[in-house]
Design a protein around this ligand. Structure first.
Ligand SMILES: [Zn+2]
Length: 267
C-alpha cells in the first residue's frame, strides 16, 4: 500500500513533464467525450476548404451567430485568400489540414514537413495563428506528432462524423460517435466533422443547427474554446492514441476508408 502514493506522485510528474516538454498533444475524439463539461458545447468543424461554397456558409453562420473551425488545405487557402481573411475577421478558427490532403502516415519526414509547414506559412500570411492540425483521414504517425510539437500545434480529430461527403444523415442528432454511441436526447456535445466543399452540406446548415440543438447542444464554439470548456482537461488523458504507422483511424476501422472525405476532391 505504501507504494501507491509514490506511484501517484510519479504519475503527476509524468503528466507535468509531458505537458511542459511539448505543447503538442493528440486530442482524441473519444477521450474528450469522457471529460466533464459545465454545459454541452458543440464545435462545428469544416474540412478541405475554402471552396466556392464557403462564403454562403459564412453568411449562414453569421446569421446564427455561430463560430466554427475550418481546417484548410494550403492550396485552397492560396486560391481563396479573401475567404480565409473573412473567416478570421468573423471570429472563426482556422486550422491546418495540409497542403494537398495526403495520407501523412505514408510520407517521410521531409514531405510531411512540407505539407504542414507550407500550409502554416500560408495561413499565417493571411493573419491566422494556427494551433490545430487535423491530419487528413485522421491518419498520422510519430513523425507527424514530432512536427506538430515543433510547430507548437496539437493534432485534433473529431468526436462525431457527419459523413456528409457520402450522404447527409436523416438526423444529425442521431450521429454515432467514433465509439459507436448515439447520444440520448439532451446530452449531445462534441466536435463534429463536416466539409464545406459540398454545396449540399452548406445548404443543410439550418437543419444541422436545429438537429444538434434538439440533441442537446447548448452552445456552439470553436475547437479551441471547446477544449477550454473541458473542466478536467488532464493532458495525459488526451494523448491515449499511439502514433504508430499502423494506426487505424477511428472511423475507417468501422466503415469508411475515407473518414474525413476529401479524397474524391483530389486532382
Ligand atoms: Zn480532409
Amino acid at each position: 500500500m505504501k507504494i501507491f502514493p509514490s506511484f501517484a506522485v510519479l504519475l503527476v510528474w509524468v503528466c507535468v513533464l509531458t505537458s511542459t516538454a511539448s505543447l503538442a498533444r493528440v486530442v482524441d475524439g473519444n477521450a474528450i467525450m469522457d471529460q466533464p463539461m459545465r454545459e454541452n458545447l458543440c464545435a462545428l468543424t469544416f474540412d478541405d476548404g475554402p471552396s466556392p461554397y464557403t462564403p454562403q456558409l459564412l453568411d449562414v453562420l453569421a446569421e446564427y451567430g455561430i463560430p466554427a473551425t475550418f481546417f484548410l488545405l494550403g492550396r485552397n487557402a492560396l486560391q481563396y485568400p479573401d475567404i480565409v481573411r473573412r473567416m478570421l475577421a468573423e471570429g472563426h478558427e482556422v486550422g491546418n489540414h495540409t497542403y494537398t490532403h495526403p495520407r501523412l502516415n505514408r510520407l517521410g519526414r521531409l514531405r510531411q514537413e512540407q505539407e504542414l509547414q507550407r500550409t502554416d506559412a500560408i495561413l499565417r500570411d493571411l493573419g491566422a495563428q494556427p494551433v490545430l492540425i487535423r491530419p487528413p483521414y485522421g491518419l498520422y504517425n510519430a513523425t507527424t506528432k514530432g512536427i506538430a510539437e515543433r510547430m507548437g500545434a496539437s493534432l485534433i480529430l473529431w468526436s462525431l462524423d457527419s459523413n456528409d461527403w457520402r450522404r447527409l444523415p436523416d438526423s444529425y442528432a442521431d450521429l454515432r460517435s467514433t465509439r459507436g454511441t448515439v447520444y440520448a436526447p439532451g446530452t449531445l456535445r462534441g466536435i463534429f466533422l463536416f466539409h464545406d466543399t459540398h454545396e449540399t452540406t452548406v445548404e443543410d446548415v439550418p437543419r444541422i443547427v436545429r438537429d444538434l440543438r434538439l440533441g442537446g447542444c447548448q452552445r456552439f464554439v470553436t475547437v479551441s474554446d471547446y477544449l477550454e470548456g473541458l473542466l478536467d482537461p488532464e493532458p495525459c488523458l488526451l494523448m491515449p492514441r499511439n502514433t504508430a504507422d499502423t494506426l487505424v483511424p477511428q472511423q475507417a476501422s468501422r466503415q469508411s476508408p475515407n473518414p474525413d472525405g476529401g479524397e474524391h476532391d483530389l486532382p
